[in-house]
Design a protein around this ligand. Sequence first.
Ligand SMILES: [Mg+2]
Length: 317
Amino acid sequence: VLRLADVGEQAWIARLTRRLARSGRGDRRVLLGPGDDAAAVRPGGRPLLLTVDTLVEGVHFRRRWLSPAALGRRAFAVNASDVAAMGGRPAFALLALEAPGSLPAADLDAVAAGVDAAARRAGARLVGGNLSAGARLAITLALVGVVPGRLVTRAGARPGDRLWLTGTLGGAGLGVRRGRLAAVPLRIAAGVLLARVASAMIDVSDGLVQDLGHVCRASGVGAEIELARLPVAPAVRRALKAGAPRFAAAAGEDYELLAAVPPARERVLAPLRHRLGCRLTCVGRIVAGRPAVRVLDARGRAVRLPRGGFDHFARRA
Ligand SMILES: [Mg+2]
């Protein structure tokens, strides 16, 4: 096996740079790709979105959970999800890798190829990055997005808005319980379309209830979720039966989009629905009151959920 220590930093970067130059040839938004001191881009006159995220071995993943290529795709997709949640399209990515010298060079090749493939599928380009020696594998991806239409934030939801969710919930959380990390969906087309009508939007990475709580605090409103309406992933229904909706409401890692839409804009939403590329379900509504999320059962009674979400620095009991 050819290890990173055999290949060396400069040679590995030179090889990746040549590959990226080939895969991105002809993209006129990129004045200079990887290879100089910095990338130079000319994205146009639209608002830019900037975001960054790190996947650390032993914290976010174990190597037996995901292939290196899937890790690369995931590093891109979790950032793309944040860009989509604001109505943007991914445009340019930077990849910073930390890896031990004992790592097979082919593994790092596959991580970078996974990022590049996911970026191109989303209409974006990997334009640069950095490689450093480290005790364990860590993948940091920074992403620049462009907003083609309306910029939507977490603030702006108003009482009476209904809450709409893409895709299904709980599937990724069930996978984590079973030692697997599910692929992160790319909801880019859906994000741009929902931004036309949404008063507020967020991606559901830490669990529906937790992430909706962020919308409530940013917007100064409350929210109600109806358990019976949740689009629970079929595998979760089979595995957890009657407990499935409660699990789906709190489980994280689904990376679906949650949008608040004012009633007056539902006319506009209706014809967009078949263009989203995924299902769209009304799961609840925004209400007046303190910024909190109430979860209701089929009879309208409030249900208590186990604390969901994930805090990197919370003390474990
Ligand atoms: Mg987010």
